[in-house]
Design a binder for this molecule. Structure first.
Ligand code: DGT
Ligand code: CA
Ligand code: CA
Ligand code: ZN
Length: 590
């Protein structure tokens, strides 16, 4: 365990002891111990532990010394585990409620019998908390508000929603005269589908004005931390943001470190160590010796070749540059050692998109409006895929209405009004038994069909898997829509065996879509690398229900890049002629 981790556990022990109503002196001893450990250098802590001399330090007694040695030696602490297990987990969770400390929680437990947050909510609503000594109406209100906020603050945020917030901050930071470089790091930069908090790294000569600017932005609900070179804020939406300001020469190291992921960082540090180097957020320096990396930085040795870009940083460790999207500790370092990484798909590679709705079903724009928007994006083609009749909640099309739309599309193309060519398709429901919502004769009149599950989502995994595979085996199925039907941060997907569905899609020459709607991003990027290697073709589908929805392809491209997809893995990077030929070949194979 690092000294920070040890200090963290000691602090937590103090809180848990307080929660149990232990002697305040004992509580304070752990808090003091945590402060002492924090101020030690790692190497110093190492030596003291090894030589059994921890007790020689003021503030660390025999019992504490034994516990620190145990944590250092085993990476755990039996005492802590037992302590934690002896307290109802609901009480520990209550610590997250703003304004509720261990003493108050203890009183609520002893006098109201509260053991968890739902119980506390009920006690507040009944007025029992207000009646307690030392609580009152005001405190009761504050606790209820804290419980509500905890739910909002604890939430993650869609990348799509966090991005504009981050861009505005970044723009503002870069405009400050003190700021030399500024970047967003963390999961936002890695293009994760959801974001815990924003992380900004800034190189600036004078940090104070940068901190002052950052903590006074509109929309900030609370400044949760403010230091000389860092600050944290929480916006009214619950989204939080961390700022770190570093000297120029540390910028690239801080940017790399705080971009993460943690797994990627751990592997990078191991790689550095195997080359006799120590990599950290501060720099790259020779490993070993008593100095901390922070002290060694810039003192010569291999690390003296100070990189100013991540490309140079990777090169110092014998690696090609790794795009942030791939930094998940999933084999990217091995790949970057072996040679250049694949040329990942980019938004500019897309020449059209297939899964789009119009106001014929549940979309908001007309065929012509959608086509016009696609033309403005420079797209060569746009596939229309409105819902089929069983999706009544989405105003799904009957055979007649679908055929009327096909006729409208054919005449729109023939009119020459629009440079973007429309394809006539459908998002056809996969019925509960795996049959499609339209018969063969109807489907045969279309250019393609996206097949999707929209009902009977609670089927057991085996049933759902067989159902979807049956649909994939239908010769009229061109691509499978949203594999799991998940809605990020809102609804789990239905249970389905992705591996078996991928096998079936490859065997039948069926595409699986990467639904690019920012709250879907389904099939998940974690499946794509292996699936594409085995020959699965992807289509990045915006599932647009209005003109603005076409832009969702950007979120889809993010996920595709995280899945190591290259242009050749994605159908809608192909030209109109290539796509037409592909669809024709698929029809002929029936
Ligand atoms: P998030 O905010 O939950 O969406 O995910 P991240 O990846 O943005 O995580 P965050 O904000 O906690 O930290 C930003 C980066 O800083 C993280 O990706 C890697 C680095 N980092 C943070 N804590 C640690 C740590 O304990 N060890 C290592 N190796 N890196 C860390
Ligand atoms: Ca973050
Ligand atoms: Ca953070
Ligand atoms: Zn759908």
């Amino acid at each position: 365990m690092t000294k920070q981790e040890i200090a963290g556990i000691l602090d937590e022990i103090a809180i848990l002891l307080e929660l149990k109503g232990e002697n305040p002196f004992k509580v304070r001893a752990y808090q003091a111990g945590a402060r002492v450990v924090e101020t030690l250098e790692e190497a110093e802590l190492e030596r003291l532990t090894r030589d059994g001399e921890l007790e020689s330090i003021k503030g660390i007694g025999e019992a504490l010394a034994r516990k620190i040695s145990e944590m250092r030696g085993t990476g755990g602490l039996g005492f802590y585990d037992e302590l934690k297990a002896s307290i109802p987990p609901g009480l520990i969770e209550m610590l997250q409620i703003p304004g509720l400390g261990p003493k108050k929680i203890r009183a609520l437990h002893d006098k109201c019998g509260v053991t968890d947050i739902p119980g506390l909510t009920a006690a507040c609503q009944s007025g029992a908390v207000a009646a307690l000594d030392g609580f009152g109406e005001k405190t009761q209100e504050k606790i209820l508000a804290g419980i509500r906020n905890r739910e909002i603050y604890g939430r993650r945020h869609l990348w799509w929603d966090a991005r504009p917030v981050a861009e505005a901050i970044l723009e503002g930071l870069r405009a400050l005269p003190q700021v030399r470089r500024a970047e967003a790091a963390g999961s936002l930069r890695r293009k994760m589908e959801t974001i815990g908090d924003l992380d900004f790294i800034v190189a600036a000569g004078d940090a104070a004005p940068v901190v002052a600017w950052f903590t006074s932005q509109p929309g900030i609900g609370e400044v949760t931390a403010r230091g000389e070179t860092k600050a944290s804020v929480r916006f009214a939406t619950g989204l939080q943001a961390d700022l770190r300001i570093v000297p120029d020469e540390q910028f690239v190291f801080a940017l790399h470190h705080f971009t993460g992921s943690k797994d990627h960082n751990v592997q990078m540090r191991q790689r550095a160590l195997s080359q006799g180097l120590s990599l950290s957020e501060w720099g790259l320096a020779p490993a070993g010796g008593g100095e901390s990396v922070k002290e060694k930085v810039g003192k010569g040795g291999p690390g003296a070749a100070a990189p100013t870009t991540e490309k140079e940083l990777f090169a110092l460790l014998g690696l090609r540059e790794i795009p942030p999207e791939l930094r998940e500790g999933l084999g990217e370092i091995e790949a970057a050692e072996a040679g250049p990484l694949p040329r990942l798909v980019r938004r500019g590679d897309l020449r059209g998109a297939f899964h789009n709705h119009t106001n014929a079903s549940d979309g908001h724009n007309t065929l012509a409006e959608m086509a016009g928007a696609a033309a403005r994006l420079g797209w060569e083609y746009l596939g229309i895929a409105d819902h089929s009749k069983s999706s009544r909640q989405a105003n799904g099309l009957s055979e007649d209405r679908l055929m009327a739309q096909v006729a409208a599309i054919r005449s729109f193309n023939a009119s020459g009004k629009c440079p973007t060519r429309l394809f006539a398709g459908v998002e056809c429901d996969i019925l509960a038994d795996g049959q499609l919502d339209f018969d063969d004769a109807t489907l045969a009149r279309l250019d393609y069909a996206v097949v999707s599950v929209h009902n009977a989502m609670a089927q057991p995994e085996e049933v759902m898997t067989a159902r979807i595979i049956r649909a994939i085996e239908n010769p009229h199925a061109t691509m499978l829509g949203h594999l799991t039907g998940r809605l990020l941060l809102r609804r789990e997907g239905y249970k389905v065996d992705a591996g078996k569905v991928i096998d079936a899609a490859i065997a039948n020459g069926v595409i699986i879509e990467l639904n690019a709607s920012p709250q879907r991003l389904d099939m998940d990027w974690r499946h794509w690398r292996k699936a594409a290697e085995r020959g699965l073709l992807c289509s990045i589908n915006p599932d647009a229900h209005e003109i603005a929805g076409l832009d969702y392809v950007e979120a889809g491209v993010n996920a595709a890049r995280k899945g190591w997809l290259c242009p050749e893995n994605v159908l809608n990077t192909r030209t109109l002629a290539e796509v037409t030929a592909w669809l024709d070949a698929k029809k002929k194979a029936r």
